[in-house]
Design a protein around this ligand. Sequence first.
Ligand SMILES: CC(C)(COP(=O)(O)OP(=O)(O)OC[C@H]1O[C@@H](n2cnc3c(N)ncnc32)[C@H](O)[C@@H]1OP(=O)(O)O)[C@@H](O)C(=O)NCCC(=O)NCCS
Length: 139
Amino acid sequence: MSTNVLYAREPSLPVADFRRVLVESGLGAIRAVDDAARLQSILDGSNFIVTARRDRPGGELIGVARGMNDGAWACYVADLAVAKVAQGLGVGKGLLDEARRQLGPRVSLILVSVPDAVGFYERAGMTPLPHCFWYKRTA
Ligand SMILES: CC(C)(COP(=O)(O)OP(=O)(O)OC[C@H]1O[C@@H](n2cnc3c(N)ncnc32)[C@H](O)[C@@H]1OP(=O)(O)O)[C@@H](O)C(=O)NCCC(=O)NCCS
């Protein structure tokens, strides 16, 4: 599968594609996939979107990494999702690798894992941060 996957920056990812991959990955259960305006705002506010598509530009979207990158210090990845049909084939790791390649050595990639994905990030060699804090959204 990995040899047939095309990774690319897609700053104008269509919201329908984004929604579909969230749903097809399972992440849609904990994302605002039924609020089209909010989902569009999420994309509009994300300046770092890396996609995985089958075979060619414009091919079937099978994965996405979405974040906010200041370009010089930190990129916060808020979504990483691979469609279930393509999970376990290296696409998630491929998205992380491509994101790191695009960010370069000066920018940290930071994210909050869902409990089920902790092993994936450990396997990918990411360092867990024991001192993370957040104010959780309330709406
Ligand atoms: C988590 C997710 C992004 C991983 O993507 P993926 O394409 O399935 O993972 P990969 O095939 O690239 O896996 C790379 C390695 O991690 C391992 N791995 C994958 N998912 C794992 C998990 N949940 N727990 C432990 N290890 C995992 C794989 O076995 C593989 O190991 P290997 O190098 O020994 O072969 C994907 O399963 C997904 O979208 N899940 C649902 C949404 C989600 O939880 N997203 C993360 C939000 S924080």
